[in-house]
Design a protein around this ligand. Structure first.
Ligand code: SF4
Length: 706
């Protein structure tokens, strides 16, 4: 074929960076490898270097200069959709005969108005793209002349898996179910290793490789669009290919493996694969980090995987994708066949091994209510999980089952498009880039909760995160549960609604958080982060739960005095509660702490021994009151905090008062919140109130609670 007939193909798959680490462009590798190994291959198709970073569309395209682009493939996700639209528009303006194909979970192929709304997109490819893309390229090459290609719809009518504009230009037509591969012998990373290894050399110290070992998922959670491959049989990748990829990851110094499988641990061979990854880490020093989605109904394997990963240092915590604890809510989201009992079994075994757990929850599931949402947190406490609860708003993906008209109608779903910026709890002040920062379609109202409920649910979540996850009242809740048989649900309902929302000084914070969430609903460009008024020069906003925690820090005496008054009045039978409130207040790591000097405080009960015992008990059991220790002096000697296999100094004393607060926020308020991080851990009882002068005297660590 003459060079004039060759076709240039550009794949655009801009990715957000994860913790500042870039991704290798995997979709380009998959499509190119499929063309070369399973399609006709040859040099008639020229694969241009892909777009794989977020950025300004014009600058990203300027890298291609005057090179004609004949086919543009867009891999579209919520986070890159707006940028992909700009890229498509600019390519169409510059190369009117370029065929533009959108794939990935974001294009709403069910919407008959799609092509009228985005006239510069010529077709949508659904499900796995490899075979479909090969068929498209075959037809483009066979046609030869590229002129008028986007209008030549009949050319593609026999390519299954496409949605095309209808003849009248608005209604769309489907070419039938996509052909999906069943054999996966060829690795994109190995087949295109020259490109990836060169890219690896030019990228920063670390990169992320997305890795697949199978496709498909046997479940059909209504919020999920797993490449349209949910509720489908697993299709396994070739084992020899996977082992070769692991070796390549190690040899090429790929630091971060992001496993894209829906349920790692669903197959016995997953343990073997993990052993190979650990062996690569031992041999090459890479990969250094492995993230994955856990299998939902295979507790033994899930626990074995978590222990292996954490033991080898390839992971620092287990992510429990629970979404909600209420069986009816889970049934409404089609997760009823994912067993809560099995998830609890996993939790217990991991806790027995002291493995930190992140719990993923979704707020706004149809079927949820303010009451069931509240109990979701306290169920987790009853299971023994007190660390970080990771709350995500319900993002209605356009092709997820929940987006179907019937489901939306059944639950009376209403959505709003809002920015969802996670950023580990902090967001730099300054304007939002509407192209590079994605908006999501959030469910803010259903037949079971109103928008006003959504606001209250958000505020309740923020209070729980501040009070319990940040360990402001965690030990008090544990004591009331273990010794006075007050369920966590009753304790927090009273604490938040009966005290926090109504008493000074917390009433103002509660109102501020309510107003913040209301504004988030009312204002199109609002973000879910709050400025700290006490620190006008602090260049960040923080999320509402952490914002409350910081406010408590600024008003620690007034807050604990009000808390003491309330609890003593509310629980008269708990006669030593006052002692615990004072003890808990002393445990909170605050900017006033100077690790050079440590601190001492007095307590009249043996709370350290009491909480050492609760920590051994994974489930609540009735415990007697702690022993009296009149006048006992506790010395705090913490120099660092340690959580998630990470140790960081408690060091913020230099500089002005505001700088000290800013450093404390960075050191202890952002990231995972937990008792281990936000409460002192190195406690010892002195015989007198004097800290020993021997600096080598090592404090004995008295565990408190998780
Ligand atoms: S959320 Fe996970 S388990 Fe549920 S359908 Fe999606 S991929 Fe499968």
């Amino acid at each position: 074929m003459s060079s004039a007939c060759r076709k240039n193909v550009l794949i655009s798959e801009p990715q957000l960076m994860e913790m500042g680490i870039p991704y290798l462009p995997v979709m380009w590798g998959i499509l190119k490898t499929s063309w070369e190994r399973l399609g006709p291959g040859g040099d008639d198709v020229i694969w241009l270097p892909p777009i794989h970073r977020m950025g300004d569309a014009a600058s990203l395209l300027s890298a291609y200069g005057d090179t004609p682009i004949h086919v543009l493939g867009l891999s579209c996700y919520t986070w890159n959709w707006r940028l992909q639209l700009q890229i498509a528009q600019q390519v169409r303006a510059r190369h009117p005969d370029c065929l533009i194909i959108a794939g990935g979970p974001e294009p709403d192929y069910k919407d008959p108005a799609f092509f009228a709304q985005y006239p510069y997109i010529d077709m949508i490819a659904v499900k796995d793209g490899e075979i479909t893309f090969n068929r498209i390229l075959e037809r483009v090459l066979a046609r030869g002349d590229a002129r008028g290609l986007p209008e030549d719809r009949p050319l593609f009518l026999d390519v299954p898996g496409l949605y095309l504009p209808g003849p009248d230009g608005s209604a769309h037509l489907c070419t039938g179910p996509a052909e999906v591969p069943s054999v996966f012998e060829h690795s994109p990373y190995l087949a295109q290793s020259a490109y990836y290894e060169e890219l690896r050399r030019t990228l920063s110290s670390n990169v992320i490789a997305v890795w697949e070992t199978n496709r498909g998922c046997p479940y059909r959670c209504s919020f999920c669009d797993w490449g349209s491959a949910t509720m489908s049989k697993l299709r396994l990748f070739d084992m020899a290919r996977l082992e070769a990829e692991i070796e390549w990851f190690g040899r090429t110094k790929i630091g971060f493996i992001m496993l894209a499988d829906a349920n790692f641990g669903i197959l016995p061979r997953d343990l073997t694969l993990l052993d190979r990854v650990v062996a690569a880490n031992e041999k090459f020093g890479y990969p250094t980090y492995f993230s994955y989605n856990t299998a939902k109904n295979n507790p033994e394997r899930t626990v074995a995987i978590a222990k292996k990963l954490i033991g080898s240092g390839l992971s620092s915590a287990h992510v429990l994708s629970i979404q909600h604890t209420n069986e009816d809510v889970l049934a409404a989201t089609e997760r009823a066949n994912i067993s809560i009992t099995k998830q609890i079994k996993v939790v217990r075994e991991l806790m027995a091994d002291d493995i930190p757990i992140y719990v993923q929850l979704i707020m706004g599931i149809p079927g949820d209510t303010y009451e069931t949402w509240k109990s979701c947190f306290t169920d987790l406490m009853e299971w023994g999980i007190h660390g970080h609860y990771w709350v995500f708003p319900y993002n209605l993906l356009p092709n997820a089952p929940a987006a179907e008209a019937q489901y939306r109608e059944r639950w009376k779903i209403r959505t709003l498009e809002r920015y969802v910026l996670l950023n580990h709890g902090l967001r730099m002040l300054g304007p939002i880039d509407p192209v590079l920062e994605a908006k999501s379609r959030l469910i803010v109202e259903t037949s079971t909760f109103s928008r006003a409920d959504w606001v209250k649910m958000s505020a309740y979540a923020a209070c729980i995160k501040a009070l319990h996850n940040c360990a402001v009242t965690q030990s008090i809740a544990v004591y009331m549960r273990f010794t006075h048989d007050v369920p966590y649900a009753r304790f927090y309902e009273d604490l938040i609604e009966g005290f926090f929302a109504g008493a000074e000084p917390s009433r103002d914070w509660y109102q501020a958080v309510l107003a913040h969430h209301q504004r988030y609903l009312d204002e199109e460009d609002a973000i879910d982060f709050m400025a700290i008024p006490q620190l006008p020069d602090f260049p960040y906003r923080i999320d509402p739960g952490r914002w409350i925690f910081v406010q408590i820090g600024f008003a620690i005496d007034a807050f604990f005095e009000a808390l003491r008054e309330h609890l003593v009045r509310r629980y008269p039978a708990a006669v030593i509660l006052e002692s615990l409130v004072a003890y808990q207040k002393n445990l909170i790591v605050l900017p006033s702490y100077d690790r050079q000097r440590g601190k001492v405080f007095v307590t009249d009960h043996d709370w350290p021994a009491y909480f050492a015992e609760t920590q051994q008990l994974l489930v609540p059991a009735l415990l007697p009151e702690p022993a009296p220790t009149p006048g006992a002096v506790i010395a705090v000697g913490d120099q660092t905090w340690s959580d998630e296999r990470m140790t960081r100094p408690l060091d913020w004393t230099a500089g002005s008062e505001d700088e000290r607060w800013a450093r404390w926020i960075h050191a202890t308020v952002t990231g995972r919140n937990s008792n281990r991080k936000n409460n002192f851990q190195e406690l010892r009882r002195l015989s007198s109130g004097v800290i020993p002068s021997d600096p080598s005297a090592k404090p004995r660590r008295l565990p408190i609670t998780r």
